[in-house]
Design a protein around this ligand. Structure first.
Ligand SMILES: Nc1ncnc2c1ncn2[C@@H]1O[C@H](COP(=O)(O)OP(=O)(O)OP(=O)(O)O)[C@@H](O)[C@H]1O
Ligand SMILES: [Mg+2]
Length: 236
């Protein structure tokens, strides 16, 4: 196993980037030489005619990584669609060789890598090639980011059992309240059921906090919240 984590989620928008960035900042602070990667991003904007992913920029900044942008985000697509579709509409295919080369280079340069997936495990990257396949090839253990709200038991169990079926080593779950609409009773009972049924640790419960909004996120506040809410004994 290589050193690091592949951060996946039960869905898009659950908080993978926030969690990946928060963990990278904590590892960096603990003195580890940490690198970050967002292998594939869709919905990228254009800066000086280059496609740029907000997720990759956020991760690079939180990890204070000095790697070239193209190593951190080797595949950037413009359309805000599933990667296989966004690639097809750009008359291209996702270049997995480029992704693997960037991954190996980052592995050489860093002691620990945090890789953010895209969407969930069954997001298609090519005709019959999915995020789960890319995660398997990277041989990194998995952290699953989940919502606390109704429906999360089903989504989390599906994600964990699919990952396990594919031989992935799921290390833990982080519950992130990205919407701030979940009441405590729902959240606490959902977390208990997820722990019982997956037999995995919930290594962090991140509350909703408007200061965590990535558009104007203050790094010190994010690090304080993550420092308080992540079980460092297990994953840091
Ligand atoms: N705990 C939180 N409190 C407040 N806002 C949050 C929290 N978690 C996430 N958000 C906000 O919710 C949005 C989605 O989070 P994020 O981008 O991390 O999700 P994602 O799973 O990485 O999404 P994608 O699938 O698009 O990569 C972001 O704008 C982020 O700032
Ligand atoms: Mg993201």
């Amino acid at each position: 196993m290589k050193k690091g984590y592949f951060i996946t989620g039960t869905d898009t928008g659950v908080g993978k980037t926030l969690v990946a960035g928060g963990l990278a900042a904590l590892y960096k602070k603990s003195g580890l030489n940490v690198g970050v990667m967002k292998p594939i991003a869709t919905g990228c904007g254009r800066i000086n005619n280059h496609l740029v992913s907000d997720d990759a920029v956020f991760l690079k900044s939180l990890a204070e990584a000095d790697d070239d942008y193209e190593l951190i985000n080797p595949v950037s697509l413009e359309q805000p669609l599933a990667p296989s579709v966004a690639a097809r509409l750009s008359n291209t295919r996702i270049d997995m060789d480029k992704i693997h080369a960037a991954f190996e280079m980052l592995n050489e340069r860093h002691d620990f890598l945090i890789v953010e997936g895209i969407g969930g495990l069954l997001v298609p990257l090519d005709e019959y090639y999915f995020v789960v396949d890319m995660a398997s090839e990277m041989e990194l253990p998995l952290i699953v980011v989940s919502r606390p709200s109704m429906g999360t038991i089903n989504h989390t169990l599906l994600t964990v059992s699919y990952a396990r079926e594919h031989g992935l080593d799921v290390r833990g779950i982080i519950i992130n309240d990205s919407a701030g609409t979940c009441d405590n009773m729902v959240m606490n009972t959902n977390i208990d059921e997820i722990k019982r049924l997956t037999e995995l640790p919930v290594v962090g419960v991140i509350p909703y906090d408007k200061r965590l909004d990535m558009k104007n996120c203050q790094k010190e506040i994010l690090m304080k919240i993550f420092n308080d809410k992540i079980d460092k004994g297990i994953i840091i």
